[in-house]
Design a protein around this ligand. Structure first.
Ligand SMILES: Cc1cc2nc3c(=O)[nH]c(=O)nc-3n(C[C@H](O)[C@H](O)[C@H](O)COP(=O)(O)OP(=O)(O)OC[C@H]3O[C@@H](n4cnc5c(N)ncnc54)[C@H](O)[C@@H]3O)c2cc1C
Ligand SMILES: NC(=O)C1=CN([C@@H]2O[C@H](COP(=O)(O)OP(=O)(O)OC[C@H]3O[C@@H](n4cnc5c(N)ncnc54)[C@H](OP(=O)(O)O)[C@@H]3O)[C@@H](O)[C@H]2O)C=CC1
Length: 490
């Protein structure tokens, strides 16, 4: 048995792998619910992520800040917790042990894998194609941007939306596959509402920079050595603590390239060696060139591949038989259990494979990482104590609060009509520069909503979605701004 090659350092009741929001929330549950149980958090990065200023906005909507802090903060809070800073190299489910990069072996009764994800880059090993995930990659991006005149951003999800709005002083060529911006979060109508903000100069910030939340200056104690391991994912407002400014004296300059993908990425040397290449007027003067499928080629300082995440599963797969989902995540059931005995998973690394509520879908977000970590911890405790446990209420309805282009954005349920086919109708109310409200109705009942701006509708709409009331009699009055909708349904 490979796992027994090294002597076991210690056996814990619970071991959690990963110091991101899923792992830390899981550990907090475990350590607080059974104070007599030995709990270990094994994490590759030097810091851990902690949820602060948690606020329950409504039944399901939640808001919180995330702080990167030394693990001692957690150990001081929970005396039954040990934090081990080393990457898990292998897992041996037969012997219930994990082995870390520095050769230590730890036993577990129950294990939760919360190893997150990493950027799904367009190309690997190209120093001019960057992904943004953790503090180090954000700092590298910031450093490269400060000298850049033009960058190409590829992808149409969360990171791209944030970057194209936040980056100043640098031309941004934004290449997206779709007809409208922000396909993972909203539809063409919402995109139309937001587009003018990309064309205008950015308003001056009242307070230019908040306290930087993400720093790697102080090094945390580690039981391992070797190259820096990937840290936890960034999260809400990550860009507020750092200056995202290029080398030019401009505010926004975004050149959108719709409905295209990257055909080829090549260097100026490759360009000179293939004279048939058709490129723009700056032929040869950029470190890297991106040829798009729409026939346009752009020279740039570097490319940001904001093209999604891949679950971090590798160290756990070797010699185990984990069932994987199509997106590469560890399949988990409605108790956050993987296909291997006594092994649970939560956060970006897992794929929720239970039969979902008709109003919920998985998205790899802070909120879901926190909810899954919390629920996985509760399940692990319940199973250890042989107690029953039911799927948590938070998985009834998808809910997310975030900010794009400085607007508050609330997403509820099937906000983009996901999976509903043509069998749904939309009601939209839009006031340019102020708010965009979209409601998705199916069979006369509200199944989703997108709220951009200070609409104050989230709680009422959440209730209407949860209680599945037939709204047919109200018709378009539902969005009549002259009616106080809360009174309407009292
Ligand atoms: C730039 C950016 C902005 C984002 N903005 C938002 C936002 O505004 N709102 C939102 O809801 N979500 C946002 N997200 C998504 C959110 O950050 C993630 O969904 C969430 O952090 C996932 O948490 P996690 O704990 O599953 O994984 P992670 O945070 O990735 O943590 C994984 C942990 O596992 C550790 N690890 C990995 N492999 C090993 C190993 N082999 N051994 C030991 N430890 C290991 C890592 O060091 C890390 O500590 C953003 C993501 C990025 C990259
Ligand atoms: N405010 C928030 O809530 C934020 C959340 N995040 C989260 O962080 C994680 C990482 O963000 P991000 O990288 O933006 O991931 P997302 O999953 O949000 O978006 C990825 C985007 O890239 C597109 N894409 C995928 N492959 C290619 C390709 N080969 N060529 C061109 N486009 C491609 C996808 O299109 P398609 O879907 O059609 O494949 C999609 O538009 C996500 O989990 C995201 O939810 C990040 C920032 C902010």
């Amino acid at each position: 048995n490979e796992g027994m090659a090294n002597p076991k350092e210690k056996t814990f009741s619970f071991v959690v792998v990963g110091g991101g929001i899923a792992g830390v929330t899981c550990v907090e549950q475990l350590a607080s619910q059974i104070p007599s149980a030995d709990v270990a958090l094994i994490t590759a990065g030097p810091h851990i992520k902690a949820v602060t200023n948690y606020k329950q906005v409504s039944k399901l909507l939640e808001e919180f800040d995330v702080e990167e802090c030394p693990s001692s903060v957690l150990e001081e809070k929970f005396h039954n917790l040990t934090v081990i800073h080393s990457a898990v190299k292998s897992l041996h489910t037969q012997s219930h042990t994990v082995e870390t990069a520095d050769g230590c072996v730890f036993g577990y009764e129950k294990l939760c894998i919360c190893s997150g994800g990493r950027p799904k880059l367009l190309t690997q090993d190209n120093p001019n194609v960057l992904g943004i995930r953790d503090t180090d990659s954000a700092q590298e991006f910031q450093k490269r941007l400060s000298k850049a005149k033009r960058i190409v951003v590829v992808g149409n999800g969360g990171i791209a939306l944030e970057l194209v709005y936040e980056v100043e002083g640098c031309e941004v060529v934004w290449a997206i596959k779709d007809k409208a911006i922000g396909n993972t979060f909203f539809d063409a109508g919402a995109a139309q509402f937001l587009i003018p903000l990309l064309e205008a100069d950015k308003p001056e910030r009242a307070s230019p920079c908040k306290r930087p939340r993400y720093t790697t200056e102080e090094s945390a104690p580690s039981c391992g050595s070797g190259p820096t391991e990937a840290g936890s994912a960034l999260g809400p407002d990550w860009h507020e603590g750092i200056v995202l400014r290029g080398a030019e004296q401009v505010s926004h300059r975004v050149l959108l390239q719709y409905q295209c993908e990257v055909e080829k990425i090549f260097t100026s040397e490759e360009l000179l060696n293939s004279p048939q290449q058709t490129v723009g007027p700056e032929n040869g003067s950029w470190p890297i060139y991106v040829q798009l499928t729409n026939g346009n080629t752009f020279g740039c300082d570097f490319v940001v591949s904001a093209t999604g995440v891949v679950p971090n599963t590798e160290p756990f797969l070797h010699s185990n038989k984990f069932a994987l989902a199509d997106d590469g995540g560890l399949q988990v059931d409605d108790h956050m259990m993987t296909s291997e005995q006594d092994v649970y998973a939560a956060g970006d690394v897992c794929t929720a494979c239970w039969e979902h509520s008709p109003l919920w879908q998985q998205m790899r977000l802070w909120t879901q990482a926190r909810q899954m970590g919390w629920y996985a911890g509760r399940c692990m405790v319940a199973h250890l104590l042989s107690e029953p446990i039911e799927l948590d209420f938070c998985f009834e309805l998808f809910s997310h609060i975030t900010k794009f282009f400085s607007y508050k954005v609330v997403l509820l349920g099937k906000f983009n009509g996901q999976g509903l086919g043509p069998n749904h109708e939309l009601l939209v109310r839009c006031t340019k520069g102020q708010e965009y409200v979209k409601v998705v109705l199916s069979g006369g009942r509200m199944v989703g909503a997108v709220l951009i701006g200070e609409t104050d509708l989230e709680e009422t709409f959440e209730n209407l979605i949860l209680n599945q009331m037939d709204l047919t009699p109200y018709g378009e009055e539902l969005l009549n701004p002259n009616i106080d909708i809360e009174d309407y349904f009292d």
